[in-house]
Structures are given as C-alpha cells and as structure tokens.
Write a protein of this length. Structure first.
Length: 614
C-alpha cells in the first residue's frame, strides 16, 4: 500500500549510518545524537505534576464500574506521601518493594513513590502468584530480591502466594483484604502519610545509575532472572522515543492499556511514555482471553486512545469486535494516531485486517508500526518510525543505539550497545558476563535481515530467535519464526499459535493451538459444551487445515518452508513449565521438550486420525 493512504503523522526521518565490518556484518547507528534528558524517572514525573496538575494521569474502573480518576497534581501529592512512608521505614536503594498484583492506580502510586524516594520496585508477574501450583518462580524471585515490603492490591486474593513466602521481617501492605495469621498494613495509611523535608534529600540522592526497577524475565529455561533497570536506562530510552515520535509532544498520549507493568513493554515503554510526555493512562482490566477481551472492548467503546499498544494475540482477539461493531470501531479510531505491536511477530493476515477496519472507520490507514528490544534494553533498541506496509519490519537504531549485525546462517545475529542497555542481572555475575561480547554489545539472541539490502534505512526485518532455528535431516536450515508466521497466516483464522518441529526429521511438522472462537464456531459448539479433544478431530476442522496448507505448500520452493504434518493441541501453554512468557510469546524449545510425546505422535509411521498429513 502506498504512503498516500496513510494518515499523516509527525515522525523522525528514516536515517541510518551503516558501516561494513571485516566479518561481513554491519554496524548500524542513527546519525542523530541522543539529546539531553532527565536524570531520573522521579524528575520526569515531577515536571508534569508542576506543569499540568489538572490533567488526568491515571484512570481505572472501581468496583461499581465507574472510572476512578487521578490527576497529575493529585498523583504528585500521593506519591510524596508514599515516598515518605517508605523513608519512614528506612527503605532505600538496597531494600526494594516487591509488588505481586497487577496494574492499578495504587500500584502506580507505590511505583511513583519508589521513584521519588529512590527505592527500587520489583513488579512480579501475577501468574506466578495466582496461576502457579508450586510458587517456585515466586519463591525464587523473593529470595533474590530480599524485599523489605511486599504489596498486593487484594491481600485475600494473594493469600496462598503470601503463605508460600518466608515473611519474617517483611511488611505486607494491601489496598484491601486480609490474610489469616499475617499482619497487613492498609495502603491507605501510606497515602495519608504527611510528607517531610526528608523527601527532598532522598530525591536528590537518586542518580542516573540508581536502580529504578528490577524486572524478572522468564528466560528460555529455568527460573526467572532479574534484569537491573537503572534510571539512566529508562530515561535515555524515553528520550530516544521522544526524538523519533515528535508527534507525542504536540498531543500528549492517551492510552487504554492492559499490558502488565511487570513486563518492560507495558511497564517501561508505555507507562514511562506517559511520564515523559505528560499523558494519560487508563488501566484496562481486560486482556487477550475469552470473556476478558470484552472488558477491553467496553473500555475502548468509552475511551478513545491516541496510540494503541498490543501484542499480536491481543489484536487477533480484538479484531472481530472492531469488524462487526461500528460504535466500538468508531470510538477506537476517533483520535487514534498510531497502532503499535510488539512482543511477538504480527501475521500478515492480522495486519491486513487492521488496515481494513482503519479504512472503514476513517477512510485512511492509521499507521502501524513496531519496535524491537528486550527487558535488557529498556526496551527500545530499534523502531520503524516510518510508514511500513507489512508485518515483521522492526526498524532502524534509535538515537544513541548501535546495532551490530553478525552473519549467522543466512541471517544476522543482532547485538545492542547504548545507554539504554542494562548493567547486568541481579546477583548473577555469571549471566552478566555471558550476556555481552568482547566489544560490550548485549547478545539479545534475535536474528534479522535487511528489508532492502541496498537501503538499510528501509529497516531490519525480524527473523526469529537464533537458537530456535534447526536443520532437517537433509541439512536444510529451517527458520522457525518465518515458518510459524507463514503457517498461521495461511491457515487463518484457525490457529492461535504454533510450534515448528523437524529437527533431524525429513519434513517440517506443526503442533498448533487452535483459535478457540473459530474452532467452536466451525463445530457449531458456541456454547462450549463439547470437550476440545472432540472438536480438534472434526472432519471440517481437519479439512480446513489440509486445504489451506496444501495451497500454502504449492507456493513453496523447497523443504525449508514446506509443511509435512500438522496436529492440533488442546492443552494450553504452561507458565510453570516456561512454555509461554507474560507477553504471550511461545518458548519453542521449552514447549517442544515438554511435549515430546506429541512430537512422536506427529511423526508416527502410522499417524492417527488427528494428524493431518500433507
């Protein structure tokens, strides 16, 4: 689609300096220098407390369904009270706050109070407390962090998780609820604390190298590792974003966002964007899951965002509502300037459907874009701050960032250096050493190629995880990320996600999770009364996979992309087993190892009726 179809948007020009390396790779940099910026998130926050005290900073629905709104001025006063409460407890840079519950106004006020007082905050995945059976990840994080204070919005809801922790000497704070046998301090007492002159001293002591947060990533295997996030990293990253998205200066962003704050996408990229530009964040209590997505739809029907952030799974869940409900569609697009996806690759099918609903609502295509990075890069390292008309383009380096592209099996391994990169992992010098190469570049583990080898300014295309790719028994390399996306697009809308198999096999196999809404609709089971095990072997379902993927195979040139067999799975990916991250990205290696019996079933010499042989 040509650029003339895009709604106008003030973005930095696409410019990149590309230097060839002796090994056949590249060093990519922005020709624009990173401009001066705030030294701490507290300073970023306090600017807008002073300049726009009456603008809404935070909104969330209360128990009655009405919006609880907090202005910048109110947030400034309440954050100072929280900061004083932390100072009164002699908390500082070495005594963090651990947060078990999800996004909320109180969570935000505790986090902001920590930024002001110089107390690190450690938001933890809610799944580790509410979905885990053994609490192994939660207990591991607790041991690593050694918090002085643990916060849960609703203490009763988190009672099992709290009971699993050794809370001797640790204060438990909650907005509401109690836990049998555990003293709980009401968060209201924090909000009522009278600030003193000690706050100014604590605020002045926060340096660029001070720890703002520790974010735990699920990693590929084993227990989560704590990524140190300094104020320098996070402030530099927001300055990068400000320079490539100048439109956010003219229009302070309004977000309706569910993305969890324990993850760098929601907690750093989005939350800190609001802090940097004096915007507004409405906490979306929905998420990309059956029933819960309807909360998101309700919120978007009332609040029109200026930028909308989501992961591909979220867009896939939201699209049917945008396609069939004109009121929601019109509210969503009313003042929308940019659609942004990250966390995983977006399929071309989802991309084209988003363009279609944008045209339907506005007559123009609201620009869609993505960026690339990780928890270790704060998270922004590259950004597509220019019109793109296909999924997968992750852009060019942001100001201040250098990307090293190292040749690797027909692609390039991507490595990162810049002021946004973490100094390392909490209490893990071994992991820190292994994370950087001899020149100090962070080894992120992702691969990329050029969208146009003759013009690096056209951007890098994401090419999956370096470690996920494998060879067939013929010696042919299979690039898992590309195959996964292509198969999901070819079979759309049948698949929610997929594992790509075939290491040392003759052909690629697919173990896929079905799109449950599509599956029940095709099987005429919208009430959900039949077990999934019956539905995934229905002839109409198997016929759809056989027909769409046979057509897909007919367009392929060889075994590196052609599919041999497909099997639908009914057990969802497991968080405890590291099969899925909080942002919905499937860990191919961990999932395939855990589901080894299904791999054997897929490749059986006499396949059962549930296996589609192409």
């Amino acid at each position: 689609m040509g650029d003339t179809h895009f709604a106008p948007l003030d973005l930095a020009p696409a410019e990149v300096d590309a230097q060839k390396t002796p090994e056949g790779g590249y060093l990519l940099r922005s020709p624009k220098a990173l401009e001066p910026h705030e030294v701490s998130l507290g300073a970023m926050f306090r600017r807008w407390v002073a300049e726009s005290p009456d603008r809404i900073l935070l909104g969330e629905r209360d128990a009655s369904g009405e919006w609880r709104l907090v202005t910048w001025g109110e947030a400034g006063r309440l954050a100072d009270s929280v900061a004083q409460a932390l100072i009164d407890r002699r908390m500082g840079s070495s005594l963090p706050v651990m947060i078990l519950s999800g996004n909320s106004v109180d969570h935000a006020l505790l986090m902001l109070g920590g930024f002001v007082a110089g107390v690190p905050v450690v938001p933890v995945s809610v799944a580790y407390s509410l979905l885990s059976q053994d609490f192994s990840k939660l207990k591991s994080i607790f041991r690593e962090v050694k918090p002085a204070l643990v916060f849960a919005e609703n203490a009763g809801m988190f009672s099992r998780a709290l009971a699993a922790l050794d809370l001797a000497g640790v204060e438990v704070v909650a907005s509401r609820g109690t836990v049998e046998g555990v003293p709980v301090t009401p968060f209201s007492s924090f909000l009522a604390t009278v600030p003193t002159e000690e706050i100014a001293k604590a605020f002045a002591a926060v340096r660029p190298g001070s720890v703002a947060k520790v974010l735990f990533t699920s990693g590929s295997t084993g227990l989560p590792k704590g990524v140190i996030n300094t104020h320098k990293m996070l402030c530099a990253n927001q300055q990068m974003l400000a320079q490539i998205w100048p439109f956010t200066k003219a229009t302070p962003p309004v977000l309706v966002d569910w993305l969890p704050w324990n993850h760098t996408f929601g907690g750093n990229h989005n939350f800190n964007l609001v802090l940097k530009r004096g915007g507004t964040l409405y906490v979306d209590g929905g998420k990309p899951a059956p029933v819960l997505v309807e909360q998101t739809v309700r919120n978007l029907g009332e609040i029109s965002p200026t930028i909308y952030f989501n992961v591909p799974a979220g867009f896939a869940m939201l699209l049917p509502f945008l396609e069939r409900d004109a009121a929601v569609r019109d509210s969503f697009f009313r003042r929308l300037q940019l659609v942004f996806y990250a966390g995983a690759a977006l399929s071309q099918d989802i991309w084209q459907r988003l363009e279609a609903v944008s045209l339907q609502a506005t007559g123009r295509v609201v620009p869609m874009t993505s960026s690339w990075g990780s928890t270790e890069t704060a998270p922004l390292a590259t950004s597509a701050h220019f019109p793109i008309d296909r999924a997968g383009v992750i852009g060019i380096p942001c100001p201040g960032v250098t990307i090293k592209m190292v040749p690797s099996g027909g692609k390039y391994e991507l490595r990162v250096k810049g002021p946004n990169v973490t100094p390392g992992y909490l209490h893990r010098p071994d992991l820190t050493r292994n994370a950087f190469d001899a020149e100090g570049f962070y080894r992120i583990g992702d691969a990329g190629t050029f969208a146009d080898p003759d013009d690096p300014a056209r951007g890098i295309v994401f090419a999956g995880r370096v470690a996920e790719d494998f060879k067939l028994s013929t010696g042919t390399w299979v690039h898992v990320g590309n195959v996964r996306l292509a198969v999901m697009a070819a079979a759309a809308p049948a698949l929610q996600d997929a594992l790509v198999t075939g290491h040392d096999r003759e052909a690629i196999g697919i173990l896929a999770w079905p799109n449950l809404l599509w599956l029940r609709e095709v099987c005429r089971d919208t009430g959900g009364s039949r077990p999934l095990e019956e539905l995934v072997v229905e002839e109409e379902v198997l016929r759809h996979l056989r027909n769409t993927l046979t057509e897909y195979n007919g367009l392929q040139q060889g075994s590196a992309t052609r599919i041999g067999r497909v099997l639908l799975m009914t057990e969802p990916p497991s968080i405890d087993a590291n099969e899925i991250t909080d942002k919905g990205y499937i860990n191919q290696g961990a999932a395939l190892e855990r589901r080894g019996e299904l791999v054997e079933r897929l490749y059986a010499s006499l396949p059962d009726p549930g296996v589609v042989v192409l």
